[in-house]
Design a protein around this ligand. Structure first.
Ligand SMILES: Nc1nc2c(ncn2[C@@H]2O[C@H](COP(=O)(O)OP(=O)(O)OP(=O)(O)O)[C@@H](O)[C@H]2O)c(=O)[nH]1
Ligand SMILES: [Mg+2]
Length: 501
């Protein structure tokens, strides 16, 4: 065997630099050797520290429970995360409540702007109608004796076709005044968005609102709008800087002042029968959309408003990218106290970012919003939302990367499903295979549970058990109970696979 010895090159500058001085005295040599020994000791200590840190990290990482929340946009992923934090890290949660005021205010303003948009279309149409020969003397000519605007029966066929049934809705001077007084809220909304940190405009969609389509039927010309989202709540809401002690008064900023001043007008707008009728005719169900707060105006539009647990759970703030949440369970100090939850943005343009997390997690909670069987994707109105969810589920169960990952499904938004079915929407109109089954929540949930199981049987990369739960994750009490079962199940599985136990 040839053994190579590395003789230092006398010309190597590195070798030369390491040589002791040529004329070194014995005392100097002693000092140098001691110095070198000390340096080596410090260096070894640093190496030991780093090795220990690496080992600790590895051990900690094994103890950490990692969960990935998946599902299309608006399926309820961030809402599940909020429920988890509310239940298992309540002190941290309470400290952050106040930081959510701006988001709730923005949601409320968005509700109002949605109504103003619909109302303005109708007002514009009413203003256009005097163009008809009989009404040519101007808007005042179609004011009736009772002060209400009336539409002349001779308006052109074209106008009738465009206005459709909404022609029956007659707005008065009161509505014009309300529209005028509430218009500044558009700018207040823009200010709040800027303050929360404007998101990348990832996509635009023709919906006139930032919610899902919700079956807009007679909505007239559609407006292009973008939904506001943030890359991280922590940055956007200013945690922990804005997290104050609960006894400190909330600072009264401009949006709070303006909302307080306009409180009665907002209540008038929402309670107005003509406005409600127009929304009904247009198929705009503001109350079923994410971040609906109009029923709480009297409580929210005040100088002292502090968001409640339920307000924060219901507040809508779209997620962009992937957000990592490290949560230390406050009442647990044994195994399973450290959780990492990955909350992802669910719209199509963001799904490519999910993949790197697939092999790094113990469990996936898949959110399937089952009330959306009659809705279309905001980012691609040609796709039915339920179909998109089933397609996503199929992709997840067939992924070999997820072969060992626990899969949990939340058939979510059951409360909205119930309301929708009660309002007369027929499931079999959208899901032919539902057939003549009873148009009732329990039956629909069972039917969809079976659909998820069928896909699992047919497409799973390997045989596995999946747990399915019917949920309404804005109901914090019921969700806390579901999460307790889910948490125990995930920890049990995690223990089984953790080799150090
Ligand atoms: N009524 C009702 N509303 C729900 C339910 N689950 C979620 N929501 C609301 O739906 C909206 C969207 O929920 P999010 O949790 O933000 O949805 P997401 O899946 O995180 O959406 P992206 O961040 O866009 O991917 C929020 O305003 C929630 O309050 C539910 O079960 N019932
Ligand atoms: Mg989200």
């Amino acid at each position: 065997m040839v053994v190579r010895t590395h003789k230092p090159q006398l010309s190597d500058p590195f070798f030369i630099a390491l040589q002791p001085p040529v004329n070194e005295t014995p005392a100097e040599r002693q000092q140098r050797v001691e110095l070198e020994q000390e340096q080596r000791r410090v260096s070894d200590q640093i190496d030991d520290g780093l090795a220990k840190e690496r080992a600790d990290k590895k051990k900690r990482s094994k103890r950490e429970v990692k969960v990935l929340l998946l599902g299309q946009s608006e399926s309820g992923k961030s809402t599940v995360l909020k429920n988890f934090r509310l239940k298992y890290a309540p002190l941290q949660w309470k400290a952050e409540l106040r930081s959510w005021r701006a988001v709730v205010q923005l949601n409320l303003i968005q509700n109002i702007v949605t109504i103003l948009d619909v109302m303005q279309d109708r007002l514009a149409l009413m203003d256009a109608e005097p163009a008809s020969p009989i009404l040519s003397s101007g808007p005042s000519s179609f004011t009736r004796g009772d002060g209400r605007m009336s539409i002349d029966s001779t308006v052109s066929e074209l106008t009738i076709a465009t206005s459709g049934r909404s022609a029956n809705v007659i707005f008065t001077q009161k509505h014009r005044v309300l529209n005028l007084r509430l218009s500044p809220l558009r700018e207040v909304g823009d200010d709040l968005r800027r303050r929360l940190g404007a998101a990348d405009p990832e996509f635009t969609f023709a919906n006139g609102d930032d919610g899902a389509m919700n079956g807009l039927s007679d909505a007239g010309p559609r407006k292009i709008s973008r939904e506001f989202g943030v890359r991280g709540w922590i940055g956007a809401l200013g945690f922990p800087a804005t997290a104050r002690k609960s006894d400190e008064p909330m600072p009264v900023d401009e949006p709070t002042e303006i909302l307080t001043t306009l409180r009665d007008d907002i209540v008038s707008l929402w309670e107005d029968p003509e406005v409600r009728e127009l929304l009904r005719i247009k198929g705009v169900r503001v109350e079923d959309r994410p971040g609906f707060f109009l029923s709480d105006t009297a409580r929210i539009a005040t100088r002292t408003y502090v968001p409640s647990d339920n307000d924060v759970v219901r507040a809508r703030l779209r997620t962009l990218g992937v957000q990592e949440w490290r949560i230390t369970l406050e009442q647990t100090d044994h195994f399973g106290a450290e959780w990492i939850i990955y909350d992802v943005g669910g719209s199509r343009s963001m799904r490519h970012a999910w993949l790197p997390y697939f092999d790094a997690v113990n469990a996936i909670i898949f959110l399937a919003p089952i009330s959306c069987f009659d809705e279309r994707l905001a980012e691609d109105p040609s796709v039915n939302r339920l179909e998109d969810t089933l397609m996503l589920w199929k992709a997840i169960v067939s992924s070999p990367l997820l072969g060992k990952t626990s899969l949990i499904v939340f058939l979510n938004k059951c409360d909205l499903l119930k309301r929708k079915l009660q309002s007369g929407v027929q499931v079999n109109k959208y899901l032919i295979s539902f057939g003549t089954r009873e148009n009732e929540v329990g039956t629909v949930v069972k039917y969809l549970k079976d659909k998820f199981k069928d896909i699992l049987r047919a497409d799973a990369s390997q045989p596995r058990t999946t747990y399915l739960y019917a949920t309404s994750v804005t109901d914090t009490k019921a969700t806390a109970a579901t999460l307790a079962i889910v948490r125990d199940g995930i920890i049990r599985e995690h223990l089984k696979h953790a080799e150090f136990v």
